[in-house]
Design a protein around this ligand. Structure first.
Ligand SMILES: [Zn+2]
Length: 660
């Protein structure tokens, strides 16, 4: 007596991707509810099962849906926004500022649905994500009918959905609690990367993931710079560092792992971490080539991912699988490395294992969920077909197959695409809305590109501050008598500092833009040793607000930000028309003169050699206050024994003259 199924899929080239790589032609699959009852030779399946619906697959390949092991799906809305840039300029200069401005639940929903439409069309049934508002990604994923391992991002910086890491950790907990029993969604926590998280964040994420037995998704060792910095700061490479933060208490999904050594591979293996290899992203961002063959040889589960659509720029797993095979061959200088069959395994069963969900999906076997696709390999670009070698069909799919050959997709027992018609998503409506976003983002960036100050604010961390100060600069021949005069009873010294300052000025052809100054301050202690270094970024606006007698100036506004980026980054980001370097030794006193505080600087300008200058400055907040202070500054010049006739109104940049 045959058993009852809901759907019988017959007349297929059935690739089960099970442990034995069993394939059947003609093969058939029986599905009941969300589950696969049986997969095998058509004759056997037909004899054992009856179903309300039998679907003739027309000789297409019937195989497990593809598993995209690493992505940031809503970034479909940012694809093509900025390309051919270095990772930091791309991320800090463009992506993050736009995300801060635009990412909202509405943005997330639209971006996710577009990504899911693309997933379905390219045969992806499961994906592992890491982004913001993961709850909204989950809702859209369910609407599209896909399976997702979705990680709520946690970072040490404020994010579009959280003011602090405590907030994002709390929303990660809520997200996990709310979704942990869902039939399509596996919630996860995603500490972004070791260098964007603190040790405490990594530990907290790991214990959260362990508490609920959900995956922890992160980026590890993506670039050589990351590893260099890690070694410089912590004296160890990336994998031992995260191990020290207890990361492997959780089921880890580690994206990239490009720059890891054999010891690190063994650590990842011992802790059963899953790896997400991202060929297009690593190639496009020139991050390097991951040691995939070494990882596979040691028995690690390595899946394949597209990474975010803004760094790929599409979500085409057929392309990624092909590139994974090619990259492995190129990297090992051996064309027998990573045969097509194994590359496809990475995108199916092994990919699911890398996400710690191979008990649910990744192969067509009884008991697993019905996540499957039909691929037409009877196409112009994929003909003819040889049958002598049973592995030939894998080569057909990997080396000649295209994502557009996918015709039908079922997830969890439900069709989401049939005969290339999307059943859960209205594609054209979404694309219209995406175009509206693109228009708004374009306008935002065009406006920003016109203002150096806006660009400075956009890279974040800026302490917005407009200040006014009265100041005078006097050329002096010898600093000694002036330093001695600072000891007179009228002057109270609040503190004294010694700096070595390295200033790089970026100038722009449009003078109304002002200039950007990158200053590295070396704080020199009493013993003459450099005690610490700090770097700051300042927007120097149009300075002159007014002039008082004795050439005392009222100057306006600096916009200060801690400079966490390298000069190289700033140069590529601001694209200045000219550049100027000034190096000086600065003795600085904060003094109280007749009850008012003044900064007294004695500068020795070493590069270029300009000699000594005395600078006196005081913050001010009203015209009247400025007038009083200007008089006192003029008085101080004389009290300190400098000559008012030697007062100059030019800045050092103007004295030197910015070179083109
Ligand atoms: Zn990524």
């Amino acid at each position: 007596m045959p058993k009852k199924a809901d759907i019988l899929l017959t007349n297929a080239i059935l690739l089960t991707m099970d442990e034995e790589f069993n394939q059947y032609e003609p093969g058939a699959v029986a599905v009941k509810g969300d589950t696969i009852l049986a997969a095998g030779p058509e004759a056997e399946i037909k004899k054992a099962y009856t179903a309300g619906k039998t679907i003739d697959c027309g000789g297409k390949v019937l195989m497990p849906g593809l598993v995209n092991a690493h992505t940031h799906v809503p970034m479909t809305l940012l694809r093509g926004l900025a390309d051919d840039l270095r990772l930091d300029v791309w991320l800090l200069g463009y992506i993050m500022p736009v995300e801060r401005e635009f990412v909202s639940p509405d943005f997330i929903k639209l971006g996710t649905l577009i990504g899911c439409a693309e997933y379905i069309r390219t045969g992806i049934t499961t994906y592992a994500d890491m982004y913001y508002y993961e709850e909204d990604i989950a809702k859209a994923t369910v609407e599209a009918g896909l399976r997702g391992v979705l990680g709520q991002t946690v970072l040490k910086f404020p994010t579009p959905d959280a003011m602090s890491f405590e907030d994002s950790l709390e929303s990660a907990r809520e997200f996990i609690v709310g979704w942990k029993d869902h039939n399509l969604i596996i919630p996860a926590v995603a500490p972004h990367a070791p260098f964007t998280c603190t040790p405490d964040i990594l530990k907290a994420c790991s214990s959260l993931a362990a508490e609920f037995d959900v995956p922890l998704h992160t980026h590890l060792a993506e670039t050589a710079v990351e590893v260099e910095n890690m070694i410089a700061e912590n004296n160890m490479s990336v994998v031992p560092y995260v191990k020290k933060q207890n990361l492997f208490d959780a089921k880890v999904i580690a994206a990239h792992c490009v720059h890891i050594d054999f010891g690190e591979i063994m650590t990842l293996k011992n802790h059963k971490a899953g790896i997400a290899h991202n060929p297009s992203s690593n190639l496009k961002l020139a991050s390097g080539i991951a040691p995939v063959m070494e990882m596979l040889e040691e028995g690690l589960n390595v899946g394949i991912g597209t990474d975010g659509p803004a760094s790929n720029n599409d979500l085409d797993m057929f392309e990624e699988v092909r590139l994974a095979a090619f990259l492995a061959k190129h990297h090992t200088n051996d064309p027998t490395s990573l045969p097509a069959k194994n590359a496809l395994l990475m995108a199916t069963r092994m990919g699911a294992a890398a996400l710690h969900i191979d008990h649910i999906t990744g192969s067509l076997e009884p008991g697993k969920r019905a996540d499957l696709i039909l691929v037409d390999i009877n196409t112009l670009h994929n003909s003819p077909r040889f049958r002598r070698d049973p592995d030939g069909v894998y080569a057909q799919l990997v080396y000649a197959g295209k994502s557009t050959d996918v015709t039908d997709v079922m997830v969890n027992g439900k069709w989401v695409m049939q005969d290339r018609h999307l059943l859960t998503i209205n594609q054209s409506e979404l694309l219209e809305q995406a175009q509206e976003y693109a228009h708004r983002v374009d306008s935002f960036l065009i406006e920003r590109e016109q203002s150096v100050l806006a660009k400075l604010i956009a890279i974040g961390g800026a302490t917005e501050g407009e200040s006014f100060e009265v100041q005078a600069k006097v050329k002096i021949a010898n600093p000694k008598p002036i330093i001695e005069n600072l000891g007179i009873p009228d002057i109270v010294i609040v503190y004294e500092r010694h700096y070595h300052e390295y200033d790089t000025y970026f100038g722009f052809d449009d003078p109304s833009q002002g200039s950007v100054r990158h200053r590295e301050d070396e704080f020199v202690n009493k013993k003459g040793e450099v005690e610490y270094v700090r770097a700051r970024l300042t927007h120097v606006g149009l300075a002159r607000e007014g002039e008082f007698p004795s050439k005392v100036l009222l100057s306006r506004s600096r916009f200060l930000a801690p400079a966490t980026q390298s000069l190289r980054f700033l140069r590529e980001y601001f694209q200045p028309d000219s550049e100027l370097f000034i190096e000086k030794d600065r003795l600085r006193w904060l003094v109280r003169y007749k009850g008012t505080e003044f900064y007294v600087n004695i500068d020795r300008v070493d590069k270029p050699e300009l000699g000594h200058y005395l600078e006196i400055k005081s913050r001010t907040w009203s015209r009247r206050d400025a007038e009083t202070k200007a008089e006192m500054v003029a008085e101080l010049i004389e009290v300190l024994g400098a000559s008012p006739d030697e007062t100059v109104t030019e800045d050092y940049t103007e004295i030197v003259g910015i070179e083109k």
